[in-house]
Design a protein around this ligand. Sequence first.
Ligand code: NAD
Length: 695
Amino acid sequence: MTAINDLVSYEARDGVGVVTIDSPPVNALSQGVRAGIKGGIEAGVADNNVSAIVLTCAGRTFIAGADITEFGKPPTEPGLKEVIGIIEASNKPVIAAIHGTALGGGLETALGCHYRVAVASAKVGLPEVKLGLLPGAGGTQRLPRVVGVPIALDLITSGEHVPAPKAHKLGLIDELVDGDLVDGAIAFAKKIVAEGRPLVKISDQNDKIEEAKKTPGLFDEFRKKNARRFRGFEAPENCIKSIEAAVNLPFDEGLVRERELFSELLAGEQAKAQQYFFFSERQAAKIPDVPKDTPLIDIKSAGVIGAGTMGGGIAMNFLQAGIPVIIVETSQEALDRGIEIIKKNYAATVSKGRLSQEKMDKYLSLLTGTTQLEDIKDVDIVIEAIFENMEVKKEIFGKLDKICKQGAILATNTSTLDIDEIGAATTRPEYVIGLHFFSPANVMKLLEEVRTQKTSASVMATCMALAKKIGKVPVMVRVCEGFTGNRMLAKRTDQAQKLILEGAKIEDVDRVLYDFGFPMGPFAMGDLAGNDVSWRIRQGKGVKSPVADAICELGRFGQKTGAGYYRYEAGSRTPQPDPVVEEIIEKAAKEAGVTRRKITDEEILKRCIYPMINEAAKILEEGMATRASDIDVIWVYGYGWPIYRGGPTRYADHIGVENIYNDMLRFKSALGGEEWTPAPLLEKLAKEKKGFKDL
Ligand SMILES: NC(=O)c1ccc[n+]([C@@H]2O[C@H](COP(=O)([O-])OP(=O)(O)OC[C@H]3O[C@@H](n4cnc5c(N)ncnc54)[C@H](O)[C@@H]3O)[C@@H](O)[C@H]2O)c1
């Protein structure tokens, strides 16, 4: 074996040159790896003892992608495109032997090879779009030439990881290898040499391109079909344009166009925000005072208390992860209703073809219902999701303390209550934690985990790991009113209410936030979730909100009653502006002595967003969240903040904290109100001309 450099070696085996990349952990395409591949291929071409070359990787995976630590740094030679060009130009067939994942630049490298073989467990894909980019080393030009334009459009704009068997069916993998990958790849290499098969240079393959030319409306139809999914994002459109170039331009010119479209994205804010978010999400998994080697509690079974809106969804997450669930209700009727909803939800997914009947049956076989709390005495974790009432919750936790085995985690899904107080109702507060799921709990990715003063490190570490197991993104925060997410949301709700009282139209406030990138505005969201929920919370606290209260007093709870801030035609979820509501607002404004005026879109946006950012500064100052980026993860996964804007604190840095601070002071003098007093941290950052990123 010859070392090409520190990371790549070359060896002739049985008449085939084997180039092996060994750059742990994931064989990312660093400068050394690129130079090594180039040297390895050149060694194979020069070696008279071999008639073909296998390109493979040591360790747990094929090249898993670009070396993200090189992002934003000046490019170093040789570039990936050059290396791929050298592979493709080899006069001996080059075969990529893939295990683990071949993603991004990894798959682009494999597409430069003349053939690809893989083990069945491998996955391939071009996920650049998820980082706000496009595959910039020929991926958008080569993939459509292999799998055809429609499939390439799907794969490149979704960034999907394709399992090897499916990739094999698509023609992206030439052969699946059983047993040892390198042995299989060598055997494949010898076979194609023996059969005298041609060197398949993908850049020369134009059949699929010609096929696409026969359907001129292909691209526009694809855009139209996916308009909702791509709304606001720049990368998918550039991916589409680049694939269009593959169809309309000769290969080399297509490569140039791909580079232009890539560079455009790379220089833009969206790609930076999406890359920032990628790291933020990974960072959020770490809790500074919980060591990595903290022992975990084994979670083999779960108990869920309450089979209502949240309990049902929470139970589904566990079932899907293969963890048996016992769900507890107060009456058989409530229990049956709750379980029926779970069944209906699964059945709907089955009928859409997104779940097999077999899996549904398996999930349901893991579910048991009971009306006896004692039945959960042996579970490893309990999640309480009953009414939002402190006395009732304390009573339940007191009972759980007596019933549940020692070492079981006792979690609450409360969204507003003091979890320290709930923990104090037990003799084991170190096992009590908040697991704040978002509605619908089987869909929303965020799990806001809330530690009390007493929650133990091992309970926290277990719940962070458990969240991943059930497909959630966990962020650990501390106990305060509304925790982190809802505490910030309350600031937006407050402004939205003030704006409509002062003269903004409901549909304008919603439109501005929708155009900013949220899935819907605050009023449409209220109508969807049910306006009665916050009304009850306000009543409990003795807080008034003139328009919101008046709407609820009329029984306008939202979509479920056919009317809320909007009206809804029977069977429709489309919000229609309602003159009745406008009258309610005018009356409320008169009573409050508010003179109504025209309000610009710019004012709507700033007033909805800046008080949230100010609250984020307070949350950080108080240590309620660990990092600014954790807050961003909460908002993207829990509230639909557009990922291409990174999250509230990233957005603040983009706008400039100093500019936000100055606007806050302007609003303070124009409108008054404590909400416009900048948080000390915001003021400090503004004065030092810094951002949240500098904390
Ligand atoms: N709905 C949301 O959007 C949302 C989001 C996050 C958190 N939460 C929180 O989740 C919790 C549950 O909310 P929900 O919307 O699911 O309420 P829900 O009214 O839909 O369901 C509560 C269920 O608990 C049952 N229940 C009440 N007391 C019980 C007891 N002692 N034992 C067993 N079951 C009992 C009720 O019969 C009911 O079915 C609340 O703490 C709420 O604040 C709700």
